[in-house]
Design a protein around this ligand. Structure first.
Ligand code: C5P
Length: 212
């Protein structure tokens, strides 16, 4: 069983996918982390995330340590992630890893929950249960500021909002695997919903898709 949860930054995907994975005992893959790790690796080597050769090399050389790198949650990592993510050859390298994860979820789990932008449209297009979370940019920026502050990072609302809009624009307008809901996805606007309400709606939808 594969559940995909796509949507823009800070729409609530992280918390929802963690709860779903715990509920069903499935493995969870935060696919954004892969792109962040590639972006940071390029920056760390003094390269430009928009340089195709450097980004592809970083994607091919990705290690488990890169996925635990400090700074992965920073806004610099997020912006560089959205730059490497617009390069088709980078996406191809990461696609292979993601499909492998779906075919054989780690730990012998019977399913996997994917958190990303294109996991229902491109990575696992035949996933039985697809969700797409969204929320207004202002609500998402407020949430992101809170998350950053909880991590001990200083955050200015106006700057976070601007970076988020920049990332949304790059993610939705890129030629390959743009951010958009799959045709058969349940779209949930979380602007005025709390995490419990989103979780309840998701569980109801998944149960109807895959009754046990
Ligand atoms: O979800 P997160 O904010 O960690 O994602 C960082 C960036 O990685 C996104 O803005 C997007 O450009 C890219 N990404 C992607 N496809 C995914 C997941 C993330 O292009 N499946």
């Amino acid at each position: 069983m594969i559940i995909t949860v796509d949507g823009p930054a800070a729409a609530g995907k992280g918390e929802l996918t963690q709860r779903l994975a715990a509920h069903f005992g499935y493995a969870r893959l935060d696919t954004g982390k892969l792109y962040r790790a590639v972006g940071l690796k390029v920056l760390g080597a003094g390269g430009d995330p928009e340089d195709e050769a450097a980004a592809v090399e970083a994607a091919r050389a990705l290690t488990g340590d890169d996925l635990e790198a400090p700074g992965l949650r920073s806004e610099d990592a997020a912006l560089s992630a959205s730059k490497v993510a617009a390069i088709p050859a980078v996406r191809d390298v990461l696609l292979e890893f993601q499909r492998g994860f779906a075919a054989a979820p780690p730990g012998g789990a019977e399913g996997a929950v994917f958190d990303g932008r294109d996991t229902g449209t491109v990575v696992i297009p035949d996933a039985p249960a697809k969700l797409f979370l969204t929320a207004s940019p202002e609500v998402r920026a407020t949430r992101r500021v809170k998350q950053l502050q909880e991590q001990g990072t200083e955050a200015i609302y106006g700057r976070v909002l601007q970076e988020l809009k920049e990332r949304d624009a790059r993610d939705t307008s890129r030629k390959v695997a743009p951010l958009k809901p799959a045709e058969d996805a349940l779209v949930i606007d979380t602007s005025h919903l709390d995490a419990d309400a989103v979780y309840a709606a998701a569980l109801e939808f998944i149960s109807a898709k895959a009754p046990d």
